[in-house]
Design a protein around this ligand. Sequence first.
Ligand code: KPL
Length: 276
Amino acid sequence: MTIGIVGAGALGTLFADALGKVARVETLRRGGDPTRLSAARIVLVAVKTYDTVAALRPLRDVLATGAAIASLQNGLLQVGHIETALGPGRTILLAPTTEGATRHADGTVRRGGFGLTTVGTPAGSAGTDLGDALADLFRAAGLAAAVADPIEPHLWAKLVVNAAINPVTALAGRTNAHVLDHAPASVRAALLAREAAAVAAAAGVALPYADPVERVLDVARATASNRSSMLQDLDRGRPTEIEAINGEIVRLGRSLGVPTPENERALDEVRRAAGA
Ligand code: KPL
């Protein structure tokens, strides 16, 4: 099976390297030739949320009929972005992941611990057996994977973790271990996670864990040596995903009447740190 990967950042490279051992992998970099992905059965999307439409648009007339698009991305807006870029009627899989990868100064990418990738189809979409096939492939490549239906609680589960770990580590300039080792960072991460979980509950989402703070600490432990994606974005002077993560919590919190002062503060501070 040929797997396409859109995006050659740290996460895309981690998946390309792992899957390259068990499948044929074609990576599409920014400005690359989209026809490289014409034989792909599954296309993994590993670009930043705000780059999705521009990165996928060139594939609109290139992808094979029946090819599935599987998003590894953060946030909640993946399906809309994919449909905007490729049109309706595509087979879409969502694959939120707690794998962490850091690109070092010499350009190499190192896995920052061990995460779990959960694969499923968005609510209301037609069933496909490609989700099971993708999870099997991940496992064959040495990446822990699960299949879940519905997948939305797992997108939220990842959002809560990102809302807590990413701004705290990005603002401190420290690896994910900071959330465990530095008491004020642990307190702040816990406040962020609790607010995000309260928004999830108000949105009618049952998170797949009982204690969001414990979950954040578990992921921080499993990815302790990783520099969070938000920290790597700030390091490189790139836009961060703060709007899709804490920004989304704040926006939904407002519309659902859930106060999110800690997420608002994180949103504000990361925007300022990024010079926005
Ligand atoms: O998803 C991540 C990220 O950095 O965006 C975690 C799981 C927090 C790993 O660093």
